[in-house]
Design a protein around this ligand. Structure first.
Ligand code: ZN
Length: 382
C-alpha cells in the first residue's frame, strides 16, 4: 500500500471496522482502517449508511496535532441529514492540538489501547469503585489537564490547591467587561486524572476533592461578585466518557443573568429539535444543592449529567440546572459554551479555537497576571 500521507478530507462508501464498532447498524472493512491510519484525515466522510446521519466525536493521533472527525451523511434528499457544513483550516501542522479544551476528544478508535475499558471491567461491584480498573484510553502523560504531561500549559495556572487547581481558559469565551480588565473565564480541575467526580467512592459527598472544588468555585464567584459586581455561570459534564473532569466558570454581567433561562431554553430547543442526533437535553432546576432529589442524582455514580450552576450574587443560593443523559448518547460538548455565548451575545466566541478567541502566549501570561491580581484576596490556596 502507499506510504503515510496526511489527508484533509477522505471520502469512503464503506465504513472502517473501528468506526463501525461505534454504530450497531453497519459493518466495516479492515482496508478502510488501514487507509485511515496512514492518512489520518481531518474529515472522514462515509455514506455506507444511506438512511441515517452519524457523527463521531473527534479523536487525536499520537505524536501529532491532528484530529479526525468521522461523519456518515444520509442519501441526498432523504429524511435524515444529507448535507454537512464545515470550515476547514488547511494551514498545516504548526497549530496547537485541534482539540477542544473541554476534553471533547474521545479515545482514538484506531489505536490499540491497553488501558481501554471493556464491559468486563464493570463485571463486579468492586470494580465500579476501583479507580485502578478504570484507566482511560488517554493516559495522564497525554492529557492536557495532567501535571505529568510535559506539555501541560502551566503558564496559565492561577492557583494550585491540594486536590485541584485553577487555570485560565484557553480561547476564553467572555471578554473584559466593566471593572474587570481581563476575560475571567477559568477552569477548576482535579489534579487526579478522573472522568467524573463520583466514581462510586464511599463518602462521595464528604470527599476532600469535592470540598476543595466547591471552595474554589465559591472563591471565584465571590471575586466576580464582590470585586467586579458580576454574576457567574458554572458548567460541567459528569460522564464516564470524559477524559479529565473539570468545571468551567464564566463571569456574566448582572443585567444579563436574568436571561439565563431564556438562553438555555433556546439552546435546548435547537439541540433537541434541529440537531436530532444529539442526546436530548431536559433540564431539571434545583434551588439548593441540598435538595434531596438533586443529591440522589449526583450521589449515584452510574448517572451521567450536564450541569449549569447560576450565581446571581455570591450570597444567594445558586440555581442548579441538571440534564441527565445515557453514557453512549452523543452529547454536544460545546453546549455549555453555546448557552453562555448566546446569553452574552457573543456568537462568534462559541468555539475556543476560533481566531477571535485565540490568545498568544504573551496574552495568556498577561491574563493570568491580571486574574491573580483580582483573585489574590479570595484565593483559597494562599
Ligand atoms: Zn488528565
Amino acid at each position: 500500500m502507499f506510504n503515510n500521507i496526511d489527508l484533509d478530507i477522505l471520502i469512503t462508501k464503506v465504513w472502517s471496522v473501528a468506526i463501525a464498532g461505534k454504530n450497531d447498524s453497519v459493518t466495516g472493512n479492515k482496508m478502510i482502517d488501514e487507509i485511515c491510519k496512514k492518512t489520518r484525515p481531518r474529515y472522514h466522510f462515509l455514506f455506507g449508511d444511506t438512511d441515517s446521519f452519524f457523527e463521531l466525536e473527534p479523536f487525536a493521533w499520537p505524536e501529532s496535532n491532528r484530529t479526525t472527525r468521522s461523519i456518515n451523511v444520509a442519501a441526498f434528499h432523504s429524511k435524515k441529514k444529507w448535507a454537512y457544513a464545515f470550515v476547514i483550516d488547511v494551514r498545516g501542522s504548526d497549530r496547537k492540538l485541534e482539540a477542544d479544551q473541554s476534553s471533547s476528544l474521545i479515545p482514538n478508535p484506531y489505536m490499540d489501547q491497553p488501558g481501554k475499558r471493556s464491559f468486563s471491567d464493570f463485571s463486579s461491584k468492586e470494580d465500579l469503585g476501583s479507580s485502578s480498573k478504570r484507566k482511560k484510553a488517554v493516559l495522564p502523560s497525554d492529557c492536557h489537564f495532567c501535571f505529568t504531561n510535559p506539555n501541560v500549559e502551566d503558564h496559565m495556572f492561577v492557583s494550585i490547591g491540594n486536590h485541584a487547581y485553577l487555570t485560565t481558559a484557553k480561547g476564553p469565551l467572555s471578554v473584559p467587561s466593566g471593572d474587570m480588565d481581563f476575560h475571567g473565564h477559568c477552569l477548576i480541575v482535579p489534579i487526579k486524572h478522573i472522568p467524573k467526580l463520583n466514581m462510586g467512592q464511599e463518602e462521595f459527598f464528604e470527599s476532600a476533592l469535592r470540598k476543595e472544588l466547591t471552595s474554589y468555585e465559591l472563591s471565584v464567584v465571590k471575586m466576580n461578585h464582590r470585586k467586579f459586581d458580576m454574576s457567574t455561570v458554572v458548567f460541567e459534564i459528569h460522564s464516564d466518557q470524559t477524559i479529565h473532569f473539570h468545571k468551567q466558570i464564566i463571569p456574566v454581567p448582572k443585567y444579563l443573568i436574568m436571561r439565563f433561562q431564556d438562553a438555555l431554553d433556546r439552546q435546548v430547543y435547537l439541540n433537541n429539535e434541529r440537531y436530532t442526533t444529539n442526546a436530548k437535553m431536559n433540564f431539571q432546576v434545583f434551588s439548593s444543592s441540598e435538595n434531596q432529589e438533586y443529591k440522589e442524582i449526583i450521589g449515584d455514580s452510574k448517572k451521567n449529567f450536564f450541569q449549569f450552576t447560576v450565581y446571581e450574587t455570591s450570597q444567594d443560593e445558586p440555581l442548579i440546572y441538571l440534564s441527565q443523559f445515557n453514557v453512549n448518547d452523543r452529547l454536544d460538548l460545546q453546549f455549555g459554551r453555546r448557552v453562555v455565548a448566546f446569553l452574552m451575545r457573543l456568537p462568534k466566541r462559541i468555539n475556543w479555537s476560533s481566531p477571535v478567541c485565540k490568545q498568544s502566549k504573551e496574552q495568556e501570561i498577561d491574563e493570568v497576571k491580571k486574574f491573580q491580581k483580582g483573585y489574590s484576596a479570595f484565593d483559597i490556596a494562599s
